[in-house]
Design a protein around this ligand. Sequence first.
Ligand code: NAD
Length: 260
Amino acid sequence: NKQLENQVALVTGAGSGIGRAAALKLAQNGAKIALVDLHKDHVEEVKTQIEEMGSEGLVLEANVAHPEEVEACYQKTVKQWDRLDIVFANAGINGEVTPIEDLEPKDWELTISNNLTSTFLTVKYAIPYLKTNGGSIIITSSINGNRIFKNFGMSAYSTSKIGQMGFGKMAALELAQYHIRVNIICPGAIETNISENTWKEKEKLKKVEIPVVYPEGNQPLEHRAGKAEQVADLVLFLASSQSSHITGSEIFIDGAESLL
Ligand code: NAD
């Protein structure tokens, strides 16, 4: 028997990178997956891959920074499968990589709402459904803003990521009464589309002579950025009953990048 047989997971940012890898990993282990992303065509591909594995997927095109869209995702998921067990609040953007002096307030707001408010909404609207049987919520934060402060121009991103950490811990405390666990994962540099975009942005910053740190070479364990599949293994562990006594924890997954 697969360990997540009969369970239902909702994954945000499931169209790419860490979310996609986690959706596939959870499905491989028997879960049915609600696939939430801004990009419908990307999650359609993931759904097809899930079906090829013999599980089921549900495509949900939504912006998780908008309350009514998040609420609708849960309604559709529960309508389809009549339960919810696992939530991976993972969608996020790097936002504008710009020094504070030049950062427009609207760009600050965009990063905070996409990364932090979205996490609040994804947790909030899951509670009515998870309350019934308990469950596991996993939030993707970052080492950035929690352990390291080396990325110039990413003040809004760092603020959103440390905000997710505080929110996740408060949620773990409040939701323990319902046997809902909440844990926060903090990846270092992981090879996904988000990091490619950032590295491009950093090329731009280089021209204005701001020191640049390229994370690929900065991971002592493997001398490369991590892979989304490696993060997916951690998500599976936190989603499953193997982590039944772990809640309110932050777990760093960075090949020791943050220790340098
Ligand atoms: P990615 O760009 O490959 O995937 C992110 C996905 O989220 C995309 O498919 C995007 O469409 C979706 N998304 C973004 N905003 C959304 C919104 N408002 N509503 C719905 N979907 C939305 O990036 P990734 O690297 O897989 O990032 C996933 C998470 O991991 C993010 O929270 C990111 O901050 C975090 N993270 C990434 C790294 C890294 O190096 N890649 C490191 C630390 C933390």
